[in-house]
Design a binder for this molecule. Structure first.
Ligand SMILES: [Zn+2]
Length: 315
């Protein structure tokens, strides 16, 4: 399994196979999400660019000094800033995503007015700080503190942030053949975001999942039905090692945990709709099962319940 080789300010690098590395984010340091490095033989591929240019820069530096090779490709798993705000460091590589992810990066991430953006972020951080100070719940407090620290790092880098968009686009599947290694990119739809890509190394049986798989986190849901379907399809694949978008290196058990989580929330929402319980009452009365109580982003479960309830009502 994973073997820790390098500690940096932002992340810890683990070797998963000869020439395959996972960068596992350290909490609150400006990486925020995990990334991957793959030696294709003559050049490197990087999966996701972390949440700040500073962390992205360290990722590229480590990748190139570790292998003595240059990065040729950067993959963007989805449009969320914590996975793509390091893109500018890879401006001279081929940045790859789905058509939809590129479109969303362009629409949602572009900064038109830096001053306004900074002001809004500062206000948001202030709100978070007030919530941290006023909450008695230790799990919620820890989760808010982590969010506060990550957002502060993004704010620190905001004035130098440039949005660099992917230029090589695909729809469902893209295979990249290196001299020594082959990787496959899959987009089986959008569960966590409207378009989610994961990367599969068939020979090594390793998958870099982006936020389709996250550890002990109430990961935001965009489309509950597609999310479940993606996870069911991933479960059928021959995978030994899973690198989640957030959390530590693990295996297929994580997929099962997430399938259970999504199925449970979906079933609860279905029952509430059948009982004609209004969404606010459903959320207020919802008892978080013990096994999910210590998951991070505890406010997220309420958002997820609302998303699923609304989705089921419409469909
Ligand atoms: Zn995400």
């Amino acid at each position: 399994m994973a073997c820790e080789i390098v500690e940096t300010e932002y992340f810890t690098l683990h070797t998963l196979d000869d020439g395959v590395f996972a960068a596992i984010a350290k909490p609150g340091q400006g990486a925020w999400s995990n990334a991957g490095i793959v030696d294709l033989g003559e050049e490197l591929l990087v999966f996701d660019s972390l949440s700040t240019p500073s962390a992205g820069k360290e990722l590229r530096r480590q990748a190139e000094s570790l292998t003595g090779k240059k990065v040729k490709y950067l993959i963007n798993s989805h449009y969320h800033g914590d996975h793509v705000f390091g893109n500018q460091v890879f401006f001279d590589t081929t940045i790859i995503s789905t058509y939809d992810t590129q479109k969303l990066c362009n629409e949602k991430n572009s900064i038109e007015d830096l001053e306004k953006e900074e002001k809004e972020m500062k206000q948001y951080l202030l709100q978070l700080k007030n919530q941290i100070d006023s909450t008695e719940d230790n799990i919620l407090k820890a989760s808010l503190i982590n969010q506060y620290q990550e957002m502060s790092k993004v704010l620190d880098d905001l004035s130098q942030l440039q949005i660099v968009l992917p230029s090589l686009l695909f729809e469902e599947k893209l295979t990249i053949n290196g001299a020594d290694r082959m990787v496959e990119l899959y987009c089986l739809g959008g569960g966590h975001s409207p378009s989610d890509t994961f990367m599969y190394l068939p020979k090594e049986k390793i998958a870099f999942m982006g936020d389709i798989a996250t550890e002990d986190l109430h990961v935001p849901i965009d489309n509950p039905v597609e999310f479940l379907s993606i996870l069911q399809q991933v479960k059928q694949m021959d995978i030994d090692t899973i690198v989640p978008g957030h959390g530590s290196v693990t295996n297929m058990a994580l997929c099962n945990t997430l399938i259970d989580y999504l199925s449970f929330l979906t079933q609860s929402a279905k029952e509430a709709i059948q009982r004609r319980l209004p969404v606010e009452d459903f959320i207020a009365a919802f008892e978080i099962p013990k096994k999910y109580k210590e998951w991070k982003g505890v406010n997220g479960i309420k958002m997820n319940l609302k998303t699923i309830y609304t989705y089921l009502q419409k469909n």
